[in-house]
Design a protein around this ligand. Structure first.
Ligand SMILES: NC(=O)c1ccc[n+]([C@@H]2O[C@H](COP(=O)([O-])OP(=O)(O)OC[C@H]3O[C@@H](n4cnc5c(N)ncnc54)[C@H](O)[C@@H]3O)[C@@H](O)[C@H]2O)c1
Length: 264
């Protein structure tokens, strides 16, 4: 019998063979880095990863080359909140890879704070990175893909908190609900020039950075609410991103796919 509690790592199946991929916030220990690994394993011909943290980004590029064997992996520092960075990043990726086929908007930021205690700057920071950053990357990529005229795919990273309520998450949940709405609306516009835009909505994905920043009891409680009684592995979310990035989802646009095992 298959043990659903302990997933076997799924090897690549060439889902995005020959495609070029740009991924934001990919130098961490979570979904972004996993998406870059998966993109290489699924046959991408070239990958540009970006992050705000230069030191981690350089290491991530080297590690990805070593781990996946793909040498066409490039890094470009950038903050998704800053329009000049966004334009420079997309121009770099377009030039380095002779066009971007797939953009994965992974950048997002959360903190925990009761709404009645929240200051404007904390609200603004989370909305800025999570919603405005995704909007800036999506908007500019759409412009460039439209101009190039060869179509493309954008995959956004939202969260089940865009649908669900959780204490101390009003800012993050509002931002992720915004990413969902942005995905749906941008998708109907981008269909006119053959660009698909979808999103994943993860529940909980544990990695060392999150373990350090969130209370252990909260993480344990969130895990216990999942049908499988555990957090998703980052690569399990990255697999769904690869499906949305691939031609297997050619008739899907404006969709939000939950990667949670909890319903409701
Ligand atoms: N980890 C989870 O449980 C979980 C659950 C639901 C949704 N998500 C979403 O998944 C995405 C990835 O989160 P993760 O926890 O897997 O971490 P991750 O490792 O994929 O991303 C963290 C990286 O983001 C970078 N970053 C932060 N702000 C940035 C900015 N302004 N511009 C560019 N890079 C920036 C950081 O330097 C870090 O390297 C986020 O959008 C997050 O909201 C995560």
């Amino acid at each position: 019998m298959i043990n659903l509690k302990k997933p076997e790592y799924v090897p690549g199946h060439g889902l995005i063979k020959g495609k070029s991929v740009l991924i934001t916030a990919a130098a961490g220990a979570g979904i972004g880095y996993s998406a870059a690994t998966k993109a290489a394993e699924e046959g991408a011909r070239a990958i540009v990863i970006s992050d705000i943290h230069e030191g981690r980004l350089n290491s991530a590029v080297e590690n990805l080359k070593k781990e996946t064997g793909l040498q066409e992996i490039y890094g470009k520092v950038g903050n998704v909140v800053v329009e000049d960075d966004v334009q420079a990043l997309i121009a770099y990726a377009e030039e380095t890879m002779s066009g971007v086929d797939i953009l994965i908007n992974n950048a997002g930021l959360g903190t925990s704070k009761l709404l009645i205690e929240m200051e404007d700057d904390e609200w603004d920071k989370v909305i800025n990175v999570t919603l405005n950053g995704t909007m800036r990357m999506t908007r500019h990529m759409m412009r460039v893909m439209k101009e190039r005229g060869e179509g493309g795919v954008i995959v956004n990273n939202s969260s089940v908190l865009g649908w669900r309520a959780q204490k101390e998450q009003a800012h993050y949940a509002a931002a992720k609900a915004g990413v969902m709405a942005l995905t749906r609306c941008a998708a109907v516009e981008a269909a006119d020039f053959n660009v698909r835009i979808n999103a994943v909505a993860p529940s909980i994905v544990l990695h060392p950075m999150l373990r350090k920043s969130a209370p252990a009891e909260l993480l344990a409680d969130l895990e216990s609410k999942e049908a499988y009684g555990r957090a998703a592995e980052a690569w399990e979310v990255a697999n769904v991103m690869m499906f949305l990035a691939s031609d297997y989802s050619s008739y899907m646009t404006g969709e939000i796919l939950s990667t949670s095992s909890q319903r409701g």
